[in-house]
Design a protein around this ligand. Sequence first.
Ligand SMILES: Cc1ncc(COP(=O)(O)O)c(C=O)c1O
Length: 437
Amino acid sequence: MTEGSTAGEWARRDAAAVWHGFTQMAVYEQSTPVIVERGEGNYLYDTDGRRYLDAISSLWVTTLGHADRDLNRAARDQLDLISHSTLLGNGNVAAVRLAEALAEVVPVTEPHFLFASDGATAVEQAVKIAFQYWHNQGVTDRTAYLALGQAYHGDSVGSLSVGDGGFGTDLFDPLRFPVVRTPGYDDPDWVAKAVAAVDEHHPTLAAAVIEPLVQGAAGMLVTDPEPVAAFAAAVQARGIPLVCDEVATGFGRTGAMFASELCGIRPDIMCLGKGITGGYLPLSATVAASHVYEAFLGEDLGPRTFYHGHSYSGNALACAVAARHLELLAERGLIERAAIAAERLGAALDAVAALDAVKEVRRRGLMTGVELDPPPGASRWGRKVCAAAVRAGVLLRPLGDVVVVMPPLSITDAEIDTIARTLAAAVDEVAAEEASA
Ligand SMILES: Cc1ncc(COP(=O)(O)O)c(C=O)c1O
């Protein structure tokens, strides 16, 4: 290695030049960040060659592991053809192939795919599509959205608006548009309250937006398929588009390809992102059912057109990788395998759940939140526990005092046991430090 041979030196250069999201840069360097140089399988390697088990799928995106031979080949093959050409007014073969392949698996009727690059943008597009869907039918006063408490849908202003507060984003409240907000999945009566709000507010609603089964960023709050199905039925009975944000839950994370399938629902609009390329490239999609899509058809340059687009929409490199990723999920039986791995993870985490310092373990499929139970006055337990796990070679990241465990679909039984063992030891270490402080 010719430059920056130590992790400390790389952290210094990093802090001097890069601005990290959701990170206080004044203390970034001192917090001993992992500076990744390469990845292989379920592991990341830092600049000193230390390896870390990627137990958070690089923030919920990686599905097959890192540097997968077959996905690498798909990217290289596409590179030799073309990386990118615009989707505004023209098409590309890779995007067509991906849309056709996705159409076979998404639980959306006769879907069309509006591609973008990040989950937030997929939600932003969904919000605007829902608004214009009504507008194109001559209904111009549906400006409200129903969304759940503790929801997280991304950080652009529209997605932030359908999302609830928290995560330090409350200062943006003046920029958020008002939303009919009903409780999140931590309220056992969430569905009754949400249905009541639909009944009350339906004439003003452009759409209802949910994260089916799991509110991930809220700290892995979970619900069951039945209430989600009841909510969907109430929304769709009123003719209101149901937007399912499956940016986090999609592509096998909850034990099926999509959480909507487990709930037996068919969204009118669906948001995909994160795992869509196996965690390789920034790609997302807003999926519209035929009745939504068809509301936008009209005369050329006319007012029914969706006047929205992004430079990298339908990026050929990302689409080729995403299409190969779908094939590999099937070829390797990874959706089924992930469901089995999830049961193993649940069993392995029983020992963690039994610890005094752990309040609750919540899980749907491989999406898991371990909520710590810090003694009064103790601070930053989530951070401390994750730091201890990272020192022991398992990369974890907390959401407050909830430790998120969300390994790639390719996780092995032995690696699951390592995650559980390391997490238990990390919790014990922090609890012991606290007790002796
Ligand atoms: C449910 C959900 N929607 C949207 C997003 C935003 O996705 P991105 O970070 O790709 O913008 C996230 C990210 O965590 C998410 O969990």
